[in-house]
Design a protein around this ligand. Structure first.
Ligand code: MN
Length: 237
């Protein structure tokens, strides 16, 4: 079974803040073995990396704009710069190894920044006509639509043209995306809700939270199954 690392905060006082339980459950349900990777010294991790088949970057706090060359604006929320640096370093390693990477919410934003992209620090104050992307509906509820871009890996995995997704973000990637990234899905207000790197075996990011929808939503399960299958291909080598 493929081993899939899910990043999380640093261990502090015997607990992990915001432990990514729903992500681990969704990975396990799709046939992967989830392991948590808290923020720590990269040196310690090097012997472990070759045994990890895929990397899942989950949700979390805002990215520090330092990492995409901006100064903080008033709409910026709480940032966790140590985690930013840790995850950016992991992405470089997994990208160069050609191992599957799935980014979710903050994970999507981190993957864009890892490739040299930048973010809207706050959608509502930086984009005119934006939808409500911080839903107050139940977490599993698809509160806004997305339209998938035909011909993308995401469209092939999901097998539909449009989808309802949940939404718990106030930041978004700024366009244009750095090459060779391509947009995989867009909300009706134009916000990028997914992108991918077609030149990589599996490098995909979604702005919504499929792990919160997976119990009720077959498309969310398909996304995890496709990711775990890509990790399994590495595991079988
Ligand atoms: Mn959204």
């Amino acid at each position: 079974m493929p081993i899939i690392a899910i990043t999380c905060e640093r261990f502090e006082e015997g607990r992990v803040e915001g432990a990514p339980v729903a992500y681990a459950a969704a990975v396990a349900a799709a046939g992967g073995t989830p392991v948590l990777l808290p923020v720590q010294d990269m040196e310690r991790l090097h012997p472990l990396i070759e045994h990890i088949h895929g990397l899942l970057l989950p949700g979390g706090y805002d990215l520090d704009p330092l990492f995409f060359g901006q100064e903080p604006r008033p709409g910026l929320g709480r940032v966790t710069p140590e985690r930013d640096a840790f995850e950016l370093a992991l992405v470089q390693i997994f990208t160069s190894l050609g191992r599957p990477i799935l980014g979710i919410c903050r994970g999507l934003q981190l993957l864009a920044v890892a490739r040299g992209g930048s973010l809207h620090q706050d959608i509502a104050s930086e984009r005119r006509g934006a939808l409500k992307h911080r839903q107050e509906a139940p977490r599993w509820w698809g509160s806004h639509g997305v339209r998938l871009v035909p011909g993308t890996r995401l469209a092939a995995i999901l097998g539909v043209e449009a989808l309802r997704v949940n939404s718990f973000h106030h930041q978004a990637v700024e366009e244009p995306l750095p090459a060779p990234l391509v947009v995989g899905a867009r909300a009706p207000d134009g916000v990028v809700e997914a992108f991918e790197d077609p030149s990589h075996p599996f490098f995909l990011a979604v702005q919504w939270h499929p792990e919160e929808m997976a119990e009720r939503d077959p498309w969310s399960r398909r996304l995890f199954e496709a990711f775990v299958a890509a990790c399994d291909a590495i595991c079988q080598r």
